[in-house]
Design a protein around this ligand. Structure first.
Ligand code: IPM
Ligand code: MG
Length: 356
């Protein structure tokens, strides 16, 4: 029997629409040849929503997303909206959506494809074989903590984690580690921050339920250094919202380009699938963005949200094949490209490979 999946699509701003179009091209090529149907509903968020509806996260988007099986999202933001009040900024739309959907667990895999070991700014022997999963807490911490205020002569935010918040994200990290190499490195700043001390003590408690998993702890400054020095020491990195934001950008450069890294945000119900990169306004509309992070995010969506493992594997294989044949978008093109492709040409190649 044909399976039906309902996907809410949020293209967003900047390169968002271009990269999402390529992911949909690939998903369509897959579903045409497989036993499932995909139905897409488009919703507005970010700057596009602000321009059209006066708010960065319209109610219609929240309702639509809740009725879907998964959300595929591009990117939001840009200099056009730099002057607007904080609660109306495009980013506030994304943060509110994450909170609204309860997607507290953000999984950001940083994998170095063998074909791209020369594309990293680090030495090939440092990055070859890197396979890290960053598990970032996404709906708490300093991003959401209250009180917060911008005053004339000072401003402040609050970094807060509750016991439940730490416990549930720690379980996610340990469960993932059980399916991988059974190592979790929890990253915090426990030498300075009470909230981090609390994080660490709580993670240690949760670890008791996973005796097979080796738990280590690292301060975030050291973790940033170790990621660059010897990234292969990491299996699963478990960390809070802001540290995870920073470390996952750093980890992305091990792979050669931030344009390659997908993410899955899961939690209570419907999950959100998005590339880790931003809206890249400087290259928007030029057709040169790398769509692979978004196409990989679509693969994570098929695997985690829709149970379409075979289709997900087809995407992953197609990406590896395209890279091994020397196809590169401009962000990777300076290295060993046989051919530098536009965003839509890369989408065409992946769509072709998944249809076979
Ligand atoms: C990310 C982004 C977002 C974040 C921004 C756009 C709000 O940097 O997904 O990593 O900080 O979470
Ligand atoms: Mg970020």
């Amino acid at each position: 029997m044909t399976r039906n999946h309902k996907i809410a699509v949020i293209k967003g701003d900047g390169i968002g629409p271009e990269i999402i179009d390529e992911a949909i091209k690939v998903l369509d090529a897959l579903s045409a040849n497989m036993d499932f149907n995909l139905e897409y509903d488009e919703f507005l968020m970010g700057g596009a929503a602000l321009d059209e509806a006066g708010v960065p996260l319209p109610d219609e988007t929240i309702q639509g997303v809740k009725k879907s099986d998964a959300v595929l999202f591009g990117a939001i933001g840009g200099p056009k909206w730099d002057g607007v009040e904080r609660h109306l900024r495009p980013e506030s739309g994304l943060l509110a959506l994450r909170k609204e959907m309860g997607t507290f667990a953000n999984l950001r895999p940083a994998i170095v494809y063998d074909e791209l070991v020369n594309a990293s700014t680090l030495k090939p022997d440092v990055v070859k074989g890197v396979d890290i999963m960053v598990v970032r807490e996404l709906t708490g911490g300093i991003y959401f903590g209250k009180p917060r205020e911008l005053l004339a002569d000072r401003a402040y935010n609050t970094m807060v984690y509750t016991r439940d918040e730490v416990i549930r994200i720690a379980h996610v990290a340990f469960e993932i580690a059980m399916k991988r190499n059974k190592r979790v490195c929890s990253v915090d700043k426990a030498n300075v921050l009470e909230v981090s001390q609390f994080w660490r003590e709580t993670v240690i408690e949760v670890a008791e339920e996973y005796p097979e998993v080796e738990l280590t702890h690292m301060y975030v400054d050291n973790a940033a250094m170790q990621l660059i020095r010897e990234p292969k020491q990491f299996d699963v990195i478990l960390t809070g919202n802001i540290f995870g934001d920073i470390l996952s950008d750093a980890a992305s450069m091990l792979s050669g380009s931030i344009g390659l890294l997908p993410s899955a945000s899961t939690g209570k119900g419907v999950g959100l699938y998005e590339p880790i990169h931003g809206s890249a306004p400087d290259i928007a509309g030029q057709g040169i963005a790398n769509p692979l992070a978004t196409i990989s995010s679509a693969s994570m969506m098929l695997r985690y949200a829709l149970g379409e493992e075979e289709a997900a594997n087809k995407i992953d294989d197609a990406i590896k094949k395209a890279l091994s044949k020397g196809y590169r978008t401009g962000d990777l093109g300076a290295y060993d490209a046989k051919e530098v492709l536009s965003c839509s040409q890369m989408g065409d190649i992946i769509a072709k490979y998944v249809s076979k």
